[in-house]
Design a protein around this ligand. Structure first.
Ligand SMILES: Cc1cc2nc3c(=O)[nH]c(=O)nc-3n(C[C@H](O)[C@H](O)[C@H](O)COP(=O)(O)O)c2cc1C
Length: 303
């Protein structure tokens, strides 16, 4: 029997595979396709305090090996989430992570303060890195001071451990990750999407109504892996790897680089069973290589 569990210190996950925010709805949408109990956990769509319509269409563009999105953080707001969604999620034996958004630092704190009262949430992931919101607080993760400030404030009010989700749209990701750690973040997750655009040549117009969007999918995997590798070397809190993970091999690359867990995003659009297949792939790899504990693989890169 292979032990796939990973211990973050403040939470133990049954395996290192999580579904990424914004690609997995509020989790329940995937329950007809997979047994959610099989996942290490899932991160729900980003939540602001109030409902938001997001950006106008067109909001998605397919590219070679990737997807550009400019959804603009459409969401139902915390009250509806607590009333309608959370009661349905409580029956699952897996980590439920809420992706927290805010147009201001105070809004992040307000969302967390509201959700503290609700049972059934394991962790918060603060999304300080969305590239698709034109107005308002986008994006604290591009600056070490604003990263420190928002993480510090959220940590002050939070009754639960906090993961800070970082942006790849920076010169020095290590500097930002250190800032999050210094402010008390319990873990970091990286990366969110890369700022991108696509043009319709016939119309000579941007394909996205928002003009710019965020690139995800296999195209970003080597870039994300490089950033995870760099951040792991400098931090002493757990790092969650995200970016273009489609297969167990992809996930294993991030684990070997030192990520304690991974999140799977765009792959869920290609195959709603992707997360479960990735867990099976990892299990097969361990079996084949006589590895009894997945934690024995983490951070074992031979340099
Ligand atoms: C359509 C879409 C919506 C997303 N919404 C969110 C979100 O609400 N909050 C967030 O932190 N990240 C969001 N993301 C970013 C993903 O969680 C993930 O960080 C990114 O897509 C890279 O992983 P991937 O290449 O596996 O998709 C979204 C991504 C996509 C494609």
């Amino acid at each position: 029997m292979i032990d796939l569990s990973v211990d973050f210190g403040f939470i133990k996950l049954k395996n290192p595979v999580l579904a990424a925010s914004g690609t997995f709805g509020y989790g329940i949408e995937f329950s007809p396709f997979i047994d959610l109990n099989k996942l290490g956990g899932f991160v729900v769509k980003g939540l602001y305090y109030s409902p938001r319509p997001g950006n106008p269409p067109q909001r998605l563009v397919e590219t070679p090996s990737g997807l550009i999105n400019a959804i603009g953080l459409q969401g139902i707001g915390v009250k509806k989430f607590a009333e309608d969604i959370l009661p349905q999620l409580r029956k699952y034996q897996t980590a439920i992570i809420v992706n927290v958004c805010g147009e201001t630092e105070e809004e992040y704190a307000k969302v967390v303060d509201f959700l503290n009262k609700e049972d059934g949430i394991s962790l918060y992931e603060i999304n300080i890195s969305c590239p698709n919101v034109k107005e308002g607080g986008c994006c604290p993760a591009q600056n070490p001071e604003s990263t420190y400030s928002v993480v510090h404030l959220v940590k002050e009010v939070s009754a639960r451990p906090v993961i800070t989700k970082l942006s790849p749209n920076v010169t020095d990701i290590v500097e930002i990750a250190l800032s999050a750690q210094e402010a008390g973040s319990d873990a970091v997750s990286l990366v969110n999407t890369f700022l991108a655009m696509a043009i319709d040549v016939e119309e000579r117009r941007p394909k996205l109504a928002n003009i710019l969007g965020g690139l995800s999918g296999p195209a970003i995997k080597p870039l994300a892996l490089r950033m995870v590798y760099q951040v792991v070397k400098h931090l002493n809190i757990p790092v969650i790897g995200i970016g273009g993970i489609m297969t167990g091999q992809d996930a294993l690359e991030f684990l070997i680089a030192g990520a304690k867990a991974v999140q799977v995003g765009t792959a869920n659009f290609v195959d709603p069973e992707a997360t479960v297949k990735i867990i099976q792939d990892i299990q097969r790899h361990c079996q084949f290589n006589n590895i009894t504990k997945i934690e024995d693989i983490i951070g074992t890169l031979n340099e």
